[in-house]
Design a protein around this ligand. Structure first.
Ligand SMILES: Cc1ncc(COP(=O)(O)OP(=O)(O)O)c(N)n1
Ligand SMILES: Cc1ncsc1CCOP(=O)(O)O
Length: 584
């Protein structure tokens, strides 16, 4: 299995990836220092190598100990990395001795890099001294003039300027100007600690212009490591080729987002916690009570929702999903059919093609298109959709009388918002029962609500691309009718395939059927688990499950569950039937 994929990967052209080298101290609590730099660069998609200048014993309470790495060993680490790897940007953090600053200066002369970002770390957020005043002169003389940007906070800026008080934004401007005179090409004075300010205001000075950059002050204890992370993120953006001001803006926004995202996470008992660079911890807490990843046995009774049917039976999507889960559905797919071109109506000798799903029931096609109508579909014909005000354009093509094909676009934003709200509500129900929820077609919706995955068809986003958006853990299913499509789905990194329509169905228009033989052929060719779909109900589910394919793990059904008066009863019956068939 692995061989095919490896072969494919080896055909790719080689490429240089952006690379930041951080020269800093290790923080055992991993909120700041080298560890923060690694995480920030990873989060920004940049490779990060590390030269460790000191090892600190540190946690959320403070710094319990510091062990400075001998300067010759710092030099050895620097040479190892710089002589071998193509480093784009060097970022410095804790430089605790004069000797270390001096070897860094030497190495940067020997191995020049595109940019140098200096975060003049002196005091930790807990107030512990990480680099004493004795190094200030060395820093000024040996490093600042080489720097493309320095990123001091108020205390560090004040220390570099010989103890000058910095209390206002205009003090920060003056400080930025004075620091710029020490040689760095750009200065960012961080005002996070400025008293009486509801926003976090930083001053950026490029030697010509001042920029006041603001971000909202996030109320959280989890701010440990923000300085290191901001400087690393600037370095990462520069390594990617960004200009200085855009890099600083992106970095500020990144840190603000990460702080906001992690404002409530709890790591350690001290007053200052680390934050979550990868914006993942909170979602793993949310999902820790349910299984992560894909379990093929979840495919047994795959409930695929249908908005039209819910409307027909006057029930909400959440009630429908709840009933299906309580009846024994093992996985749920949210399928909103609005963006498809469906054959919907037949009226007065006129066939109206597409339009959309449930909003345009044939029975209610007595519609007026009030606004922005470009063409009347046919003389005297008035169309009225339930959500006609959302109609934004109408294109009509008269193919041959009396056939009229109308393609109607709905206002996409409203549609998307409605879809997202439904997805969030269904996700809550599914997860409270430990059931995965997949989204049909819409990767953006799946990402926005953090659903368990997506199901894509042959004309949707390719599974390989969906995988790059969704990451390694999310579930991806692909519709396949042929062995070739099944093979491609496996190559693309899908988790399962949906094969069908097995039998004819009214639920999906223009869907060629593959029959039981076609299903068997696809199952035999598939290296992935398969779920059968299309026209499957209580009467034929057993025949489907008995085709004799070990990887056929279940059936996906729409109308047999959702186009019924009592979803709960139907799902229970169906589940019992499948359990029995699977045990034979
Ligand atoms: C489990 C499962 N299998 C197949 C499909 C069909 O998906 P697709 O081909 O994308 O068609 P639409 O659902 O978009 O009409 C499915 N939804 N689920
Ligand atoms: C979405 C889909 N894809 C192939 S057939 C189908 C519809 C299945 O619906 P039903 O279970 O009502 O036949």
């Amino acid at each position: 299995m692995q061989e095919d994929r490896t072969l494919m990967a080896s055909n790719h052209t080689k490429m240089k990836i952006p690379h930041v080298l951080t020269v800093a101290g290790s923080d055992s609590g991993a909120g700041a220092g080298i560890q923060a730099d690694l995480k920030a660069c990873a989060a920004r998609g940049v490779y990060c190598s590390t030269v460790i200048t000191a090892v600190t014993a540190q946690n959320t309470v403070g710094v319990q100990g510091v062990n400075i790495v001998p300067e010759d060993f710092v030099a050895e680490q620097l040479k190892s990395v710089l002589s071998d790897m193509q480093v784009d940007v060097v970022k410095t953090g804790m430089l605790p001795s004069l000797g270390i600053i001096s070897v860094l200066n030497q190495c940067l002369k020997e191995f020049p890099v595109r940019a140098l970002v200096v975060d003049p770390v002196m005091v930790s957020t807990s107030g512990d001294v990480l680099a004493g005043p004795s190094i200030l002169a060395e820093l000024r003389e040996e490093l600042l003039h080489m720097a493309d940007i320095i990123t001091p906070n108020l205390k560090e800026a004040s220390a570099l300027l010989g103890g000058q008080q910095l209390e206002t934004v205009s003090d920060m401007r003056a400080a930025a100007k004075l620091l710029h005179e020490m040689g760095p090409r750009n200065v960012l004075v961080k005002g996070g600690h400025l008293p009486d300010s509801s926003d976090a205001i930083d001053i950026f000075f490029d030697g010509q212009d001042f920029y006041e950059l603001r971000s909202s002050r996030i109320k959280t204890r989890n701010t440990h490591g923000t300085g290191c992370s901001l400087a690393s993120c600037i370095a990462a953006e520069l390594a990617k080729g960004s200009g200085m001001l855009p890099a600083v803006k992106v970095a500020k926004r990144y840190v603000e987002t990460a702080l906001d995202y992690s404002k409530d996470i709890v790591i350690g008992n001290g007053p200052q916690g680390p934050f979550d660079h990868l914006l993942r911890l909170k979602s793993s807490v949310k999902s820790s009570c349910r299984q992560v990843g894909f379990n093929p046995s979840d495919l047994l009774l795959y409930a695929v929702t249908d908005s039209r049917m819910n409307q027909k039976w006057s029930r909400s999507i959440t009630d429908a999903v709840k009933a299906a889960i309580e009846g024994g559905a093992t996985i749920v797919q949210l399928r909103m059919t609005n963006s498809l071109l469906h054959l919907i109506a037949f009226m007065i000798g006129v066939v109206v093609l597409q339009i959309d799903h449930y909003n345009a029931h044939i029975g209610s096609l007595n519609i007026t298109i009030p606004k922005r109508r470009k063409t009347m579909p046919s003389p005297g014909m008035e169309m009225s959709f339930k959500k006609a005000s959302r109609l934004i354009s109408l294109k009509c093509f008269i193919n041959f009388p009396p056939v009229l094909i109308c393609a109607v676009e709905w206002e996409k934003d409203a549609e998307t918002r409605e879809f997202l709200e439904a997805a969030k509500a269904c996700l809550e129900i599914c997860h409270s029962h430990g059931i995965p929820l997949l989204i049909n077609d819409r990767i953006d919706i799946a990402l926005a609500c953090d659903a368990d995955g997506v199901h894509v068809g042959q004309s949707d986003m390719p599974a390989s691309v969906a995988r790059t958006f969704l990451g390694p853990e999310k579930i991806i299913g692909v519709s396949c009718k042929t062995p070739e499509q099944a093979h491609q789905a496996w190559i693309d990194g899908a988790d399962y395939i949906g094969c069908g329509g097995v039998f004819p169905t009214n639920t999906k228009a223009n869907n060629l059927t593959v029959g039981l033989d076609g299903l068997k052929t696809v199952c035999e060719a598939s290296k992935l688990p398969v779920v059968a779909i299309g026209g499957i109900g209580a009467a034929n589910a057993r025949a489907v499950m008995e085709i004799g394919a070990f990887n056929l793990r279940g059936v996906a059904v729409v109308s047999a569950l959702f186009d019924r008066e009592c979803i709960l009863t139907e799902t229970r019956k169906f589940h019992a039937l499948l359990k029995e068939a699977a045990s034979m």
